[in-house]
Design a protein around this ligand. Structure first.
Ligand code: ZN
Length: 264
């Protein structure tokens, strides 16, 4: 049994018995941890545990060797989100992001990248105009974390480049449709293999957005002028790839996808 003190992200919080809560937490060093917060849930108006999933907490805890169940000694807020200020879109994506992280984080595995994604989520401005771009960027980060990155540079079959550098315009993508090769994350062009399902189509405009996601630093402002409709197509396409790679189907997916539709 050793005692540690470190910042942990609250990932899930579930009522347990009459007055307790079961929490999942993410440690950069120790991966997913679980604990019971005794009397965290009081009947009546007040609760002793006011934190929400996504909050960063300073936690002092006891842990046994090779165990992911911890005993919390002390807890204090470090970076607290104000979920009441979230827009509807952000609220649904937030729930979705945390559900994915709770499903893919593992006990005992160092989780520096997932921890950084949650830290970015807290630092992000989430400005209404850029919200779709930010959602796309987080899904791109999750794909990078999965170790099954997307290769959007060449057709897997004919090896032709999908894009060329133009000195004035940056990357210019071939006028060609592509789809994902499901097993490898590479692209196949429609000349090599006709695309039968329109939902699987990746257009040159979508590949360009993927290029931007890949080549824009996390703390850099997103470029202006990406049409919402293309951003939504990219989000859906990358997201489908991510879920397939992990073999997961989060419960919050349908509501999150519904929120991507433009408001009338
Ligand atoms: Zn090809």
């Amino acid at each position: 049994m050793k005692t540690l003190k470190e910042p942990l992200f609250l990932v899930t919080s579930t009522p347990y018995r009459d007055s307790d809560i079961i929490v999942n937490l993410l440690s950069s060093r120790n991966g997913k941890l679980s604990a019971i917060v005794y009397n965290g849930r009081k009947l009546g108006k007040t609760s002793s545990f006011l934190y929400q999933p996504g909050d960063l907490l300073d936690v002092e805890y006891r842990i046994k060797e090779s165990d992911d169940f911890i005993r919390i000694l002390n807890i204090a807020g470090k970076s607290i989100l104000n979920a009441r200020d979230f827009s509807y879109k952000r609220f649904l994506f937030h729930s979705y992001l945390l559900e994915i992280i709770s499903k893919i984080s593992q006990p005992g595995n160092p989780s520096g990248e997932l921890f950084e994604i949650l830290a970015d989520n807290n630092r992000c401005s989430w400005a209404a105009k850029q919200i779709l771009y930010f959602i796309g960027r987080f899904i791109w980060q999750l794909i990078q974390h999965s170790g099954f990155g997307v290769d959007y540079h060449t057709c897997k079959n004919c090896q032709r480049q999908t894009w060329q550098v133009d000195e004035n315009r940056g990357p210019v993508f071939r006028k060609e449709q592509y789809r994902f090769h499901h097993d490898s994350g590479a692209m196949v062009c429609s000349s090599c293999s006709p695309i039968t399902d329109i939902k699987e189509t990746l257009t040159p405009a979508m590949l360009k957005v993927i290029w931007i996601l890949d080549n824009t630093a996390r703390d850099e402002a997103p470029p202006a002028g990406i049409p919402d409709a293309i951003m939504v197509d990219v989000i859906k396409c990358l997201n489908q790839y991510l879920l397939q790679r992990y073999g997961i189907r989060p419960k919050s997916l349908p509501l999150f996808f519904d929120s991507l539709k433009p408001l009338p």
